[in-house]
Design a protein around this ligand. Structure first.
Ligand SMILES: Nc1ncnc2c1ncn2[C@@H]1O[C@H](COP(=O)(O)OP(=O)(O)OP(=O)(O)O)[C@@H](O)[C@H]1O
Length: 312
């Protein structure tokens, strides 16, 4: 199942909340949706969840347009909004049962479905509590359970980890892994990048309604903003670090280099082969090395780099 967002725009008055974004993800993938406050993440999710119409553009789920066939598309989607279930005087079980009913799940099947979801989201023990008596983490689980009741192939989760304690975060992460392994396509927004990097297979970085980077983690972490292959390498010489800095700047493929605590950090425009060439060239230039280590950029660093505005 493929989810394709095509040149999507959403305008509120003069605000271009989403300004022509395109990306895609598919079954079994967990895509992190990352961007500063007001970047357009929630708006995009609400449009995908068929809760709002876009100003222009389209999004399809296995070819079904959320704009042209919202009712059909809606069935494919489980949406976890950023606001938690409001204070209502009904129990967790009644709440979930209500949604199962709304999805036309009847009789014994409904009982089994709701119980299955309660078990999966670890709610069985608190199913008779009323919503207004729940902690934030519990409510969060109820939100996720609600989104899973009709077993949708696509999950859109808007900040599901916000306000969760460490244990609940870990549980959420495990839950997401299981859901992805079941073949669900998951788009999850979060500000906790280190956590996203652990569970995501891809990411979309958005700022001011525009996409700065999108793709699998491998693509994002090893390519620069122009889509070219890119590596950062740390080279620690036995001595003469200053000379090494000058020397590497003359080498092919080196885009930039800077000193870091007795070593040199080099931005290189090559792939793995290019890294090997760089190592050979440094040794040929007469330097003795204690360390030569391609540094795997993390999502946090990429986020900081690209949201500095180098694209827009
Ligand atoms: N209903 C609305 N009416 C007017 N403007 C809106 C509306 N919803 C969102 N916006 C504006 O659209 C822009 C994008 O908002 P959105 O909520 O999508 O951002 P976000 O990336 O989810 O932010 P956050 O990380 O803070 O949740 C913001 O400038 C916001 O003020």
């Amino acid at each position: 199942m493929e989810i394709e967002i095509q040149n999507l725009r959403k305008q509120y008055g003069n605000t271009h909340a989403v300004n022509g974004i395109s990306f895609s993800f598919s079954s079994g993938q967990v895509f992190g949706f990352i961007g500063p406050n007001g970047a357009g993440k929630s708006t995009t999710m609400r449009v995908l969840a068929t809760l709002e119409e876009p100003t222009s553009g389209n999004a399809t789920i296995d070819g079904v347009s959320v704009v042209e066939e919202p009712e059909k598309a809606h069935k494919y989607i489980g949406y976890v909004p950023d606001n938690l279930p409001s204070h209502r005087d009904i129990t967790v079980h009644e709440y979930l049962d209500f949604f199962a009913r709304a999805y036309n799940i009847r009789g014994e099947k409904r009982r089994k479905t709701v119980e299955g979801v309660e078990e999966f989201t670890n709610l069985l023990g608190i199913r008779d509590k009323t919503l207004n008596a729940l902690s934030k983490g519990m409510k969060n689980r109820v939100s996720i359970a609600r989104a899973l009741v009709h077993d949708p192939p696509v999950l859109l989760m808007d900040e599901p980890a916000a306000g969760l304690d460490p244990r609940a975060r870990i549980e959420l992460r495990e839950l997401l892994k299981v859901l992805a392994s079941q073949g669900k396509a998951i788009l999850i927004s979060s500000h906790i990048l280190s956590e996203l990097a652990e569970i995501c297979t891809g990411a979309v970085i958005i700022e001011r309604g525009k996409i700065l980077r999108a793709g699998t983690l491998q693509e994002i972490l090893t390519r620069n903003s122009k889509g070219k292959s890119h590596r950062t390498v740390v080279i620690r010489p036995l001595n003469r670090a200053d000379e090494l800095l000058k020397a590497v700047l003359e080498l092919p493929g080196v885009e930039d280099a800077r000193p870091i605590e007795g070593a040199v950090e080099v931005d290189h425009s090559g792939d793995d082969e290019g890294c090997c060439d760089l190592l050979e060239n440094v040794i040929r230039a007469g330097f003795r090395l204690l360390e030569f280590r391609p540094r795997r950029a993390d999502l946090e660093q990429i986020f900081l780099d690209v949201t500095r505005g180098d694209v827009q």
